[in-house]
Design a protein around this ligand. Structure first.
Ligand code: AMP
Ligand code: GLY
Length: 430
């Protein structure tokens, strides 16, 4: 098969890495890709939002399967755009259409969907500029902290956790009146705060059948001990100890099954990933959010644990043939540590030369994110730069592998968290 992966992050390098292992992968392209994908596939200089160029490339190169990494092109209707063209009638696509992508593209839509289908989630109400006074009244009646969510895509920055009512009053005005997040905050979901431990569950579905992939935990804050601003993700671990079988069974029954049947009841065709952000509240699962793609950096620990042909799973999904699909996992733990440019998630330098990429370390994989090749050097080109995945029989040893390789890499102003997985190690000691 000829395959095109869209995106340029660590997630897309992990997709390319997994797909490339399949016997059925003939020619693999990544658009636009990074220096890591360039070493195992052919990078194509097309942006993920350039639908017209993507369509022409698919025709020219006889692409059989398109895998969409990030959410934005899905929310903007890439599948619908391609499906409208007769020349792509045989193209297989992993990624939902515009309506299904609203599960991530609109928090108001996804909360409505969960409420309608009885999927456990935090109580919430959506407000607009016109209902600002009601929003303030609702805030007054909620205990703190209070969660405010911009309705639309806001690059992971649209969720505010307000510690006081004062703070929530100020923030809701900024979001609705001053459109702090542009069009994304024309509507704001205000919801109750859930106290528990977070976990991500990944589902691959053809709209009728599904497989649940290995679960993962990610580390969203920039600072150690989960301090400072949110980022795209600073590290991840899979499996997650506290997600024992009993809990995962509840997730399947109370969340995954009603989600898939809800899509069917609402006549929303869905082919692709559903990444469910969950809170484990005293053993009960609550949905924090849906994403319509894989997680980044979660993919960098989930795919290394799949001991089956990932391309085969993707093709079965796109062909609506997931019935009876099965995959094996390795029993080992995978951990990834994200190395970022100093200053991220604020402003940071680009173009720093990365040293140490030639060093190897057994049972580790370096997934590139914001990197590019400039002559014979690899330089930084984004906030999140490298993901260092380690694989070992237990969490502590996997972390040992990740950090051993991290310590062989450097560039000016590099930063990474030193405490990835430490909370889980402490929990397991209790
Ligand atoms: P999201 O962008 O929806 O993933 O939200 C970002 C982060 O905010 C989540 O990963 C949670 O840590 C936190 N969060 C979102 N909603 C809630 C909630 N209702 N209660 C507690 N924490 C939340
Ligand atoms: N790591 C969180 C995400 O991909 O949204």
């Amino acid at each position: 098969m000829n395959i095109l992966v869209l995106g340029s992050g660590g997630r897309e390098h992990a997709f390319a890495w997994a797909i490339n292992k399949s016997e059925n992968c003939q020619k693999l392209y990544v658009a636009p890709g990074n220096a890591g994908t360039a070493s195992i596939a052919e990078n194509v200089n097309i942006g993920v939002s350039e639908f017209d160029k993507i369509s022409r490339f698919i025709t020219e190169k006889h692409i059989d399967l398109l895998v969409v990494g990030p959410e934005a092109p899905l929310v903007d209707g890439l599948r619908d755009y391609l499906e409208d063209k007769p020349e792509h009638s045989k193209l297989l696509i992993v990624g939902p259409g515009k309506v299904g992508a609203q599960l991530e593209g609109s928090k108001d839509f996804s909360k409505g969907f969960m409420q309608k289908h009885g999927i456990p989630t935090a109580a919430s109400i959506t407000f607009t500029k016109e209902t600002l006074e009601e929003a303030k009244k609702y805030i007054s009646g909620l205990p703190t902290p209070i969660v405010l969510k911009a309705d639309g895509l806001a690059a992971g920055k649209g969720v505010l956790i307000c510690e006081s009512h004062e703070d929530a009053f100020k923030s809701i005005s900024k979001m609705l009146e001053d459109e702090q997040f542009g069009a994304a905050s024309k509507k704001v979901v205000i919801e109750e705060f859930l106290k528990g431990i977070e976990l991500s569950v990944f589902v691959l579905t053809d709209g009728k059948d599904y497989v649940i992939l290995p679960e993962a935990k990610d580390y969203k804050r920039i600072g150690e001990n989960d301090s400072g601003p949110n980022t795209g993700g600073m590290g991840a671990v899979s499996p997650v100890d506290f997600a024992h079988k009993g809990f995962l069974d509840r997730v399947e029954k109370e969340v995954v099954q009603p989600t898939i049947s809800g899509l069917q009841k609402d006549n929303i065709p869905y082919i692709g990933f559903i990444f469910i952000g969950l809170m484990n509240v005293d053993g009960a699962p609550y949905v924090i959010e849906y994403n319509v793609r894989m997680g980044d950096p979660e993919t960098q620990v989930v795919f290394p644990r799949i001991n089956s042909d990932v391309l085969d799973l993707l093709v079965k999904t796109a062909q609506k043939d997931l019935n009876n699909a099965h995959y094996d996992t390795i029993s080992e733990t995978a951990t990834t540590v994200v190395m970022v440019s100093g200053g991220y998630p604020g402003s940071y330098d680009k173009g720093q030369r990365i040293y140490g990429l030639e060093n190897n370390e057994p049972d580790t994989v370096v997934f590139h994110a914001g990197t590019k090749k400039v002559e014979s050097d690899v330089v930084t080109s984004g906030g999140r730069v490298l993901n260092i995945t380690g694989i070992a029989p237990d969490l502590a040893s996997a972390l040992g592998k990740s950090y051993k390789r991290v310590n062989l890499l450097c560039w000016e102003d590099v930063y990474f968290r030193r405490d990835i997985g430490q909370d889980l190690l402490a929990l397991s000691r209790k």
